[in-house]
Design a protein around this ligand. Structure first.
Ligand code: ADE
Length: 245
C-alpha cells in the first residue's frame, strides 16, 4: 500500500511510524510511506500556508492553493482516496480501518490552525475522518492513529494473520484476558483451564470471557453482532452468575 501524507510537520511522523511493527512493514516494502510538506507547495515569496478568515474570526485558516497544488502533484497519474483529518469527520473505528486497508493507496491531509478553507473539503477531499469527539492541535496524531490501525490489516504485517480477527473488535467483541508465565505472580494465578491443553475448553472459556467483558464494558457492541446459539447460552450463564454474586 502506498500512503501519502500532506503535513506542515513531516518530522512528527519519524518516531511513531519508523519503529516496531509499522517500521518493519515499511522495511519489508508492505507499506510505502511518503511525507510531503505543504509549505513546499506554497508559491508566494513567504511560502504562506495560512491566512486570516474572511468575515473575521479568531485564528488562522489553511489556504487552499498549496493543498490543491500538493494533491495535484502527488496524484498526477493515479487516483486515491483523499482523506481529510478533522473532528467533523466520520468517527474512525475497526470497520473503517479494515475498509481502508483494501485500498491500494491513501492520501491524508493533516490540518493545522483553526481549520481548512472550505474549498479543500468541497472539492479535494473524498472522505473526512475524526478519531473521536475531542479536538487536537493538528491532524498529524490522528493520521498516525489511522495509518497504524490500517497497516495492521495488511497481509504480512502481524506475525499471526489471525491476530486481527481475535483482537478487540475483530469479532465484534472485546478481547478475552491473556496470561503468560509465571503461573503464579504475587499470589495471582493463571486460570486452570488455560493450562489444561484442552483446546475446545479453552476456546469456550475465551468466548465466555470476551462476552462477559463486552457485556460489562461495552454492551452497545452486543447489539451490533449476530450472536450464535453458543453465545446466547454463554450469556445466559454469565447473567445467572451475576445474579448469584
Ligand atoms: N484534528 C483535530 N482534532 C481531530 C480529531 N479529533 N480527529 C481528526 N482530526 C483532528
Amino acid at each position: 500500500m502506498r500512503i501519502d501524507v500532506l503535513t506542515l510537520f513531516p518530522e512528527m511522523f519519524d518516531g511513531p511510524l519508523n519503529h516496531s511493527i509499522i517500521g518493519r512493514a515499511q522495511t519489508a516494502g508492505i507499506v510505502d510511506l511518503h511525507l510531503w510538506n505543504i509549505r513546499d507547495f506554497a508559491r508566494d515569496r513567504h511560502r504562506q500556508v495560512d491566512d486570516y478568515p474572511f468575515g473575521g474570526d479568531v485564528g488562522m485558516v489553511m489556504k487552499p492553493e498549496p493543498v490543491f497544488a500538493a494533491v495535484r502533484h502527488i496524484l498526477q497519474k493515479e487516483e486515491s482516496p483523499v482523506i481529510l483529518m478533522t473532528p467533523q469527520g466520520e468517527t474512525f473505528n475497526h470497520r473503517l480501518a479494515e475498509e481502508l486497508s483494501s485500498e491500494p493507496r491513501l492520501l491524508f491531509i493533516c490540518g493545522h490552525y483553526e481549520g481548512f478553507d472550505e474549498r479543500i473539503r468541497q472539492s479535494l477531499a473524498t472522505q473526512e475522518i475524526s478519531i473521536g469527539d475531542y479536538v487536537l492541535t493538528g491532524g498529524e496524531l490522528p493520521t498516525m492513529v489511522v495509518i497504524d490501525s490500517v497497516v495492521r490489516f495488511l497481509p504480512g504485517v502481524l506475525g499471526e494473520e489471525s491476530a486481527v480477527k481475535t483482537d478487540s473488535f475483530g469479532m465484534g467483541l472485546l478481547e478475552y484476558p491473556q496470561y503468560t508465565r509465571p503461573r503464579e505472580f504475587e499470589g495471582l494465578l493463571v486460570p486452570e483451564v488455560l493450562l489444561s491443553g484442552d483446546h475446545g475448553k479453552i476456546a469456550r472459556w475465551r468466548k465466555k470471557q470476551a462476552l462477559r467483558r463486552t457485556l460489562r464494558r461495552r454492551p452497545d457492541l452486543l447489539d451490533k453482532i449476530d450472536l450464535t446459539s453458543e453465545d446466547m447460552e454463554l450469556l445466559a450463564i454469565i447473567q445467572s452468575e451475576c445474579d448469584e454474586s
